[in-house]
Design a protein around this ligand. Structure first.
Ligand code: NAD
Length: 370
């Protein structure tokens, strides 16, 4: 049985509450002999600042670099609003992304039939929605240089950000999208603004050439990012995998997220490059939501986004697609049975807490396993 080393970084607020439910799920798979998970736990965010004066300690960074996967909860909260900028809670997550070179952010938007009425769109538009947004995470306008505000000396200032992409950056994110599509609906929609941006022209050329060269079996279409934003709310089920840059991906993945209802439902994965020697890639899995200080400590947070993030680790880091499918089915079964945490309940509906939802998912896994 393969052993996988996990670094758990629960973080702040509801992070530790939802992470406890992941531990239950991992132990269940371990008990079934699916794989053995060895876990270590570290500090990140405000709790790391309290303990070490840093958003993540060097020792925990070293554990993250050595782990087969990092499972990350959430960071931040009003307690740390006044801490120095470079040690603010988010700096821990940014350091992890940077040092682990996590260039590919995968955000699935799945709408379980049982929750279709929680979407702001009509049921028939979102029911059974299953799309994957692949966002480039380490390049583009968030990191390009020059990035500055200059004083023009005439009472005016100029703010400058630089949108920049090299061929290799576009190719490697394109590969992630095409490979994913082959295991899903076999369709990639690539998105940029080639009508007004040179980086968009290059993006389009590189993705088109890559497709022709290595992925001609996958259906490829191009949509301008503004048109894609419109199509996402008009008829989202036309999409399978969407690949786009850092800036457009940031916005479009938030739009897609809201199609599915609650933040408490949304997992994500961030992947680095595959090491040619070991065939492994660095990876961090985290829910899309934050530390939810408004409900922290009350035991009412929805653990599904966090558990779903562990499911993505099973699929993308450990090659345990069957186990991941089983976990997805367990979540769908629990939702279909009517169990709800507060964030996904309709007004007046009975709700359960974090622990009961985690227990129910483990029980559903048991039923599926027979
Ligand atoms: P948030 O995602 O923490 O919460 C937004 C709303 O959604 C809140 O009302 C919250 O109660 C609810 N919510 C979120 N997750 C939930 C869950 N699992 N179950 C039930 N309800 C849930 O966003 P925010 O309030 O804007 O930010 C709070 C803190 O989290 C801030 O310090 C922010 O900087 C930080 N943050 C961290 C991350 C991260 O760690 N990756 C991401 C976003 C925000």
């Amino acid at each position: 049985m393969a052993t996988h080393n996990l670094l758990l970084l629960p973080g702040d607020g509801i992070g530790p509450e939802v992470m406890s439910e992941v531990v239950k799920v991992a132990n269940w798979f371990g008990g079934q002999g699916v794989a053995s998970f060895e876990t270590q736990t570290g500090l990140v965010g405000g709790c790391a600042y309290d303990a070490h004066g840093q958003a993540i300690s060097e020792a925990d960074m070293a554990l993250a670099m050595a782990a087969d996967a990092v499972i990350f909860g959430a960071v931040g909260g009003p307690k740390w609003d006044g801490v120095p900028y470079d040690v603010r809670p988010e700096a821990g997550l940014l350091r992890l992304r940077k040092d682990m070179k996590l260039f590919a952010n995968l955000r699935p938007a799945i709408c379980y039939p049982a929750l279709a009425d929680a979407s702001s769109l009509k049921r028939e538009i979102v029911e059974n929605l299953d799309i994957m947004i692949v966002r480039e995470l380490t390049g583009g306008v968030y990191f390009g240089e020059p990035k500055q505000i200059i004083d023009l000396g005439n009472g005016q200032k100029r703010g400058i950000d630089t949108q920049v992409y090299d061929t290799y950056e576009i190719e490697r994110i394109g590969r992630v999208a095409f490979e994913l599509a082959r295991k899903r609906g076999n369709k990639v929609t690539s998105s940029e603004k080639r009508n007004v941006m040179k980086s968009g022209v290059l993006w389009n050329e590189v993705i088109t050439a890559l497709h022709k060269r290595d992925y001609a079996d996958v259906q490829l279409e191009h949509q301008l990012a503004d048109a894609l934003g419109m199509q996402l709310v008009r008829w989202p089920k036309q999409f399978d995998v969407i690949v786009t840059d850092n800036l457009f991906g940031d916005m479009l993945s938030d739009v897609a997220a809201m199609l599915t209802g609650s933040l408490g439902m949304l997992p994500s994965a961030s992947l680095g490059e595959t090491d040619p020697k070991t065939g492994k890639r660095k990876a961090l899995y985290e829910p899309v939501h934050g530390s939810a200080p408004d409900i922290a400590g009350q035991g009412i947070a929805n653990p599904i986004a966090m558990i779903g993030s562990f499911g993505m680790a099973l699929r993308y880091s450990f090659g345990l697609g069957d186990a991941a499918d089983m976990l997805d089915k367990a979540i769908a079964d629990v939702l279909a049975s009517g169990l709800r945490t507060k964030d996904i309940a309709t007004p007046g509906e009975a709700t359960v807490g974090t622990v009961a939802m985690g227990d129910a998912i483990v029980a559903a896994l048991g039923k599926i396993a027979g």
